[in-house]
Write a protein that binds this ligand. Structure first.
Ligand code: ZN
Length: 434
């Protein structure tokens, strides 16, 4: 059956055509925009067309925010206009903008250690250079700078915060992304400079120049709105109450068309459903595809799913998530204690012919399924090659043109095999012993 599944997967790259349709026909999918509404309709139709049943949209709260004008001029002292993008959730500047000297820190620790008089009344620039790594872990340190930098700068009296884009490219395409305002800090406007603009600013400051910046941001947070998780199922033939959950997120940032983040994951998940539905035998357990709402700014979809299905947590046999773009799969990471369990071994043996290694670490899941962890749901990670991913992530270049058809096909195969093995196995993962 696994051979047939692979043959079918290789016969036609349907993930690619699904992704092309999502990018071209729907486009950007920021919560509560026309694109978001269209995406929910698109996903329902695509799931039905793939042969899934119980297709439904389940309400999920969505954090709303509006982008406005964005400009930032550096006085180096020569005038240098920059290319920047407000961080998601940021408040705007006063309408006329603001102007202040810039003070740079290369890490949050350095900012935390600085005397308040060095920061007060200034614009803080956080110059964190994200490393390019196959496993994408450079993003962990980078996203913390973006998320919590603005509040930590505000605590010291900064009037605005700029970050070097959390990305690995050298293009003039800033990387947006959410920030998190701590409740006990003033909310200050924050934006990401494109990496070359950030580097230029850093060189000027390192050379000891006094740099003054103007900043105008028209963005504003809005009241909480509503979006929807789209769910479809292949109902199990023997144990329909037992669920293998495959997640991805349907929302995207506004700048590109969310081809890699996370259109690719949506296409992979739907195509896995189609491949399993096309087999002569239905999986024994239910395979549930969930395309979550509002991952990028607030995780509304993932949280809504966890609270709606908390009572069914014990019958979630496994959950895994596709949210690393089109990256080719290179490793399997299992729940703690399962590297030698019967299901762990079975899964690894199915994936090894695709070239996957068995990762020594413990599976972590992604942002959308993370709330299921405390409910005891076991996660499986298919680690994807993230070498190129952060060149495009959260930028205007997150477009269909930057998707690798071959890699997308390979990662779809790995997800399909994983779902098939877990949905048909006699055994479950061994629960973690704490
Ligand atoms: Zn994502």
């Amino acid at each position: 059956m696994l051979d047939l599944l692979l043959r079918n997967a290789r016969a036609e790259n349907r993930s690619l055509s699904l992704l092309r349709s999502l990018c071209d026909d729907v486009g950007p999918r920021f919560p509560c925009t026309a694109g978001d509404v269209a995406a929910v309709a698109w996903a329902k139709e695509a799931m039905r067309e793939a042969g899934l049943s119980n297709v439904r949209a389940e309400k999920a709260p969505a954090t709303l925010w509006e982008r406005g004008v964005e400009s930032c001029m550096l006085r180096l002292p020569r005038l240098q206009p920059t290319v920047l993008s407000a961080l998601g959730g940021s408040v705007g500047t006063p309408e006329q903008g603001l102007e202040a000297p810039v003070v740079m820190f290369t890490s949050l620790a350095e900012l935390d250690a600085a005397p308040a008089e060095l920061v007060s009344g200034r614009i803080v620039y956080l110059h964190h250079v994200m490393p390019r790594l196959r496993d994408g872990t450079g993003y962990n340190g980078g996203s913390v700078v973006r998320m919590s930098g603005p509040s930590r700068a505000a605590k010291k009296g900064a009037i605005a915060c700029l970050v070097r884009s959390i990305g690995t490219d050298s293009m003039r395409a800033p990387h947006t992304g959410a920030l998190f305002y701590e409740p006990d800090s003033p909310m200050i406007p924050a934006a990401a400079l494109s990496t070359p603009d950030g580097d230029l600013l850093a060189r000027a400051l390192l050379a000891g120049k006094e740099v003054v910046s103007t900043l105008k941001l028209g963005c504003k947070p809005l009241p909480v709105g509503e979006s929807a998780n789209v769910i479809g199922e292949l109902v199990g033939s023997e144990r329909p109450e037992e669920v293998v959950l495959i997640g991805a997120h349907l929302d995207s940032w506004d700048l590109g068309t969310g081809a890699l983040d996370d259109g690719a994951g949506c296409a992979i998940a739907i195509q896995v459903g189609r491949l399993l539905a096309a087999l002569p035998q239905r999986p024994r357990r239910t395979v549930r595809i969930a395309l979550f709402a509002n991952e990028e700014l607030g995780t509304g979809g993932g949280l809504a799913y966890a609270s709606a299905y908390a009572k069914d947590a014990a019958t979630h046999i496994a959950a895994f998530e596709a949210d690393q773009g089109d990256g080719a799969p290179w490793a399997l990471r299992l729940p703690a204690g399962n590297r030698e369990s019967p299901l762990g071994v079975r899964l690894y043996q199915a994936l090894a012919p695709l070239g996957l290694e068995l990762d020594a670490g413990t599976s972590r899941g992604g942002v959308d399924i993370a709330p299921l962890r405390q409910l005891g749901v076991p996660f499986v990670d298919l680690r994807q090659d993230a070498t190129r991913y952060f060149d495009f992530h959260h930028t205007a270049n997150d477009l269909f043109e930057n998707v690798s058809p071959e890699d997308l096909a390979r990662v779809t195969e790995a997800f399909a095999l994983t779902a098939h093995v877990i949905a048909n196995a006699e055994e479950r993962f061994i629960p973690a012993t704490l």
